[in-house]
Ligand binder design. Structure first.
Ligand code: NAI
Length: 350
């Protein structure tokens, strides 16, 4: 593990096996320098536990960067549960996961990610207080972070449309969305409301087809959507989808989506920049959900304050893209540098 490029100085990596429930999980805490490592719990059917480890490490490191760029008093952590979880054991496995989170004594705070829902976090909360994204009243702070994430991504897409397409609205702007789950589905609805022309794809074809019918959008195959003839590509499924080989095939002028770790390797960001494709660094544009769960966890009650913080993603991305252009740097590289500087400054201060 220590030799893996994705290890990147993680503070703690905890392997969890619970013989009673069959839970197999990995909790990775990248950094607690700025505060507790906050990040969701992903449930996925990994082919091998080494794949799950790399996913946990990459996601957890990304959370440190995301919190730092959003100026939140949190570090980075993430958990993965190795699926499938038998339905009859779901509640018990999430409670066992909650006990594992509790044992980290506040170094890690969990929430939802792909494959985990608000109801799962309720099970976790029976065992530990180090959990957020819990049910909330309509119109109150808290609950499923996906609507906040989608709103932040929309703000980012608006910025990108202005910078790259010289468009101050999204009417007629062509956007391809890969992954029409919690975030991608809501984002598609918001984009359609603003008149964007959508191409949607999901491995769950019934899901994308249903949404496409409702939004009068086109459907594409999951492997074709990334190279569709559109203005903006919004990856909203899983990570590592933008590879070096794919870059010459991409027809979009910009990539701005919710998925974590969209670039397969750090080199891909440079290739995109060389090809004139503007990349909105994922952990900058998709921080809306984190802003919301952080607010819930720290007891912020005013929804307007949280929404204003989510909307701040737009100007933050705009400043980043402007500076990257000025410096002749790829935006993802600049974001990495700025985030690491913030973490180092905090380490020097404490
Ligand atoms: P989700 O599980 O609700 O949706 C993911 C969707 O992607 C599913 O419909 C799935 O069928 C589809 N999918 C998986 N592989 C695919 C492929 N190769 N091609 C097309 N579709 C595929 O997950 P959610 O919550 O919408 O998250 C999506 C992405 O956004 C993930 O990368 C997640 O880490 C990231 N994210 C989510 C946040 C949230 O608030 N939920 C916050 C920040 C990032």
């Amino acid at each position: 593990m220590f030799e893996l490029p994705s290890f990147d100085g993680h503070e703690t990596v905890k392997w969890v096996f619970d013989p009673e429930t069959g839970l197999r999980a990995i909790i990775a805490v990248h950094s607690t320098v700025r505060g507790p490592g906050l990040g969701g719990c992903r449930v996925w059917n990994y082919a091998h536990s080494s794949e799950a480890l790399v996913d946990a490490l990459r996601l957890s490191q990304g959370m440190s960067m995301k919190s730092a760029m959003a100026d939140l008093p949190f570090g980075g952590g993430k958990a993965v549960i190795l699926g499938p979880i038998p339905e009859a054991r779901r509640a018990a496995q999430f409670q066992a996961f909650g006990r594992a989170v509790a044992a980290l004594d506040g170094h890690y705070v969990t929430a939802e990610d792909v494959g985990a829902a608000v109801a799962d976090m309720e099970h976790v909360s029976r065992q530990t207080d180090f959990v957020t994204g819990l049910p909330s009243q309509a119109g109150a702070v808290g609950g499923n972070p996906a609507p906040f994430t989608a709103r932040g991504v929309l703000r980012g897409i608006e910025v990108v449309a202005l910078r790259v397409l010289d468009r101050s609205d999204l009417d007629g702007v062509r956007v391809a969305v890969q992954g029409t789950g919690s975030v991608g589905g809501l984002l598609s609805e918001m984009l359609a409301e603003r008149g964007a022309k959508l191409i949607l794809a999901d491995i769950d074809m019934a899901r994308s087809a249903d949404l496409a019918r409702r939004l009068d959008a086109q459907v594409a195959e999951t492997d074709e959507v990334l190279t569709a003839d559109v203005d903006i590509l919004a990856p909203c499924a899983l990570g590592a989808v933008i590879t070096e080989d794919l870059v010459p095939e991409i027809r979009a002028k910009a990539i701005a989506g919710a998925a974590n770790n969209q670039l397969a390797t750090p080199m891909v960001g440079a290739r995109l920049a060389e090809s004139g494709i503007t990349f909105a660094p994922d952990y900058v544009i998709n921080a809306g959900g984190l802003v919301a769960v952080a607010a819930e966890y720290t007891g912020v009650e005013d929804l307007d304050t949280v929404l204003a913080d989510v909307d701040a993603i737009g100007p933050r991305l705009d400043t980043l893209l402007a500076q990257a252009t000025e410096d002749g740097t790829a935006p993802d590289r600049l974001a990495d540098r700025l985030a690491r500087e913030k973490i180092l400054a905090e380490r020097a201060r404490i």
